[in-house]
Design a protein around this ligand. Structure first.
Ligand code: ZN
Length: 280
């Protein structure tokens, strides 16, 4: 829920009074929403187009001229025509009670008559907007580490420390993964050597098939839970539905290699500050 709800406040038709619409627009801003106001005398087509262009979650239509029974349904129809029927459409203004059932059959989700507290309208919007699938993806901060499967850390370490001159930061056993890990600093990122603790370790299984070599790439992220929800919603196969605790108390989750053209990616969120500390 980090993104603000975006609302288009629009005045279809010919009436020339927008005080009410402006009050609602300001009230929704005060409620923490981003509000775009179209101005007076908009056609349904202009409103539908503006809503799509502005990528809003909700349209609030206000009409005082009495033409709401034509104008409101036309906006909904045009949204549907353009595949944007996930946008919540609500109405307000001078709308006789007897017209409200008809408007609802036409896809106007709710109608707020004069005197409705704007907090009620805001609450309704919050409860009923559909969250967008993925309009915006924050890239990972960096490569947290590259995981390399080895049969023996002791045998592999000299290459990294003596031939590449890298610094060994530490070693750690992660029982849940049946693996021992050695961390080497390389600039802002790390190389992790992974040695299986026993034949049931995922690293042992990997090496049975592929031998020693690059096992996975870990991406440093700040929003692992949200990201997993989003990836799953978008049909990306994951190996962990929810984060688990890995080395350094980081929250981690693996994506299925079939989702990433044969690469096993790990999402990695470190506790406390973003990015990982260099002084371990
Ligand atoms: Zn890893």
């Amino acid at each position: 829920m980090s993104q603000k709800i975006r609302v288009l406040v629009a005045k279809p038709g010919l009436d020339g009074h927008d005080r009410g619409a402006l009050v609602v627009a300001q009230a929704l801003r005060d409620e923490g929403m981003e509000v775009v106001y179209t101005g007076l005398r908009q056609t349904p087509a202009q409103i539908a187009n503006a809503a799509i262009q502005e990528d809003v979650d909700c349209i609030g239509l206000s009409c005082l001229s009495g033409a709401h029974n034509e104008l409101f349904p036309e906006v909904v129809r045009l949204l549907r025509e353009q595949g944007a029927d996930d946008i919540l459409v609500i109405g307000g203004g001078v709308i006789p009670q007897e017209d409200i059932p008809y408007l609802k059959t036409q896809g106007i989700a709710e109608v707020f008559t004069p005197g409705t507290p704007t907090t009620v309208t805001a609450e309704y919007i919050r409860a009923h907007v559909k969250r967008k699938k993925t309009s915006f993806v924050q890239p990972p901060n960096k490569i947290a580490h590259i995981g390399i499967a080895v049969s023996s850390i002791d045998a592999a370490l000299p290459f990294y420390t003596e031939q590449l001159g890298l610094t060994l930061l530490g070693r750690e056993t992660v029982e849940s993964e049946q693996v021992q890990i050695a961390f080497l600093a390389i600039g802002e990122t790390r190389i992790e050597l992974l040695e299986p603790l026993g034949p049931t370790s995922p690293i042992a299984k990997f090496m049975e098939k592929r031998g020693e070599g690059i096992h996975h790439i870990a991406l440093d992220v700040d929003d692992i839970e949200e990201r997993l929800v989003q990836l799953k919603a978008n049909g990306v196969a994951v190996l962990n539905d929810t984060p688990k605790i890995g080395a350094h108390q980081a929250q981690i989750a693996f994506l299925h290699p079939k989702a990433a053209h044969g690469v096993l990616y790990e999402l990695c969120q470190y506790p406390e500050t973003k990015g990982e500390n260099e002084n371990e």
